[in-house]
Design a protein around this ligand. Structure first.
Ligand SMILES: [Zn+2]
Length: 385
């Protein structure tokens, strides 16, 4: 009996050792790939180190310590997830180079503008990928080393999806600048759910502060028509999100934003948004909506929402800066629409001005959105060279 158990233990050990070593080999392949830049490569080092430790520990684990070996197995599984994410981001880079490159350029440049620090970004786009943040690659001090953002495959040709991905970027910035958590609370107790909802709303508000009113519009475009009361333990009901963002957007008006862009048709744009919000997301109704099952009610989160509204979003991006961004974005959109973008002009636009400009141009002439998007992609990629 004892011998049988030892034999079983030995084969379990061999199995996990092989798995750890295979994961190490896959990581080494990634490390030697010339596709990733040095900053990303160095963020992989700790993963490799941990896996090597696990492999060693398996070798020296004492006989029949099944509990210990399963603990080591669990560690392998955690690292495998990161590994898989890295492999996916590399295949996204290979198969959708322009999506991967342009989004990285957009988010890296914005991150630097806001934090004055550098952070490399990786984009993951695979079958059934949804918009999400993967806060996986971190330092020992728990600082994010790489921003990993998942985005649906079809987003490659839709600038509005890039702006919507600003929500994911918002999670990362809210974490960095406002100290907001970045990982969901999966305990799903009432307080955990409320915490998750706050994270989501903060990511929306942060994205709106960065991308301005067009973020509200893409949110509206994306979610109008979706299940009205859909909610989950991680995401608040959509009418809440839209209604809260709309209320928050009045901030732009107070800061003279709308006045400044009056002649650009901003009023028309606001009227259109107001029409949809007024009809589909009336305030009282949005607040009354319950999540499904035992989810929280609006009154449970009210004080937290007040707390969010008191946060200093100017710290993320001040309104003068945003106005300047829109001034250039409108200029860029006019250039796009007149089909003349002289090369020498390119340096005067930042990536988000180009993306917002592309979006604004497509909004004016939806039939030309393909060529505008191509132009945006080309312009961004040229910045990289
Ligand atoms: Zn989110």
């Amino acid at each position: 009996m004892t011998d049988e158990l030892s034999k079983l233990f030995e084969s379990t050990k061999r199995l996990y050792r092989t798995e750890a070593d295979e994961a190490i080999n896959r990581l080494l392949l990634i490390l030697n790939s010339s596709l990733l830049d040095d900053r990303i490569i160095s963020s992989i080092d700790p993963v490799l180190k941990r896996l090597m430790e696990v492999s060693n520990d398996i070798g020296s684990i004492e006989d029949k310590n099944f509990k210990g070996i399963h603990e080591l197995e669990r560690k392998i599984r955690v690292e495998e997830k990161t590994l898989e994410l890295l492999e996916n981001s590399i295949s996204t880079f290979i198969s959708h180079r322009s999506l991967s490159t342009t989004l990285s350029i957009l988010f890296e440049s914005l991150y630097y503008e806001i934090t004055k620090e550098e952070l490399p970004f990786l984009v993951v786009s695979r079958e059934s990928e949804a918009l999400q943040t993967y806060p996986t690659l971190r330092s020992e001090e728990n600082e994010l080393l790489v921003g990993v953002i998942g985005i649906p495959l079809f987003s490659v040709s839709h600038t509005h999806e890039w702006i919507l991905a600003g929500h994911e970027f918002g999670h990362i910035i809210a974490n960095k600048e406002l100290g907001i958590e970045i990982e969901y609370n999966y305990s799903y107790k009432n307080s955990g759910i409320i915490n998750n909802y706050m994270m989501e709303i903060l990511a929306d508000f942060t994205a709106m502060q960065i991308f301005g009113p067009v973020f509200l519009e893409v949110l509206l475009t994306e979610f109008t028509g979706a299940e009205r009361a859909s909610a989950s333990p991680t995401h608040p009901p959509i009418p809440w999100r839209i209604r809260l963002c709309y209320d928050q957007a009045s901030y732009f008006n107070r800061k003279g934003f709308n006045e400044e862009f009056k002649e650009k048709g901003v009023e028309k744009f606001i009227d259109a948004i107001e029409g949809v919000i007024g009809e589909l997301y009336p305030k009282e109704e949005s607040e009354r909506i319950k999540g499904f099952g035992e989810m929280v009610e609006y009154k449970d989160v009210e004080s937290k929402i007040r707390e969010i509204k008191e946060k200093d979003f100017e710290k993320i991006r001040n309104i003068a800066d945003l106005k300047n961004c829109y001034k250039n974005a409108y200029k860029f959109s006019e250039l796009l629409r007149s089909d003349t973008i002289p090369q020498y002009e390119m340096n005067s636009y930042s990536p988000e001005q180009i993306v917002i400009g592309g979006y604004l141009a497509s909004r004016e002439k939806p039939e030309k959105f393909k060529s505008y998007t191509q132009n945006v992609v080309d312009s961004l990629i040229r910045m990289k060279i």
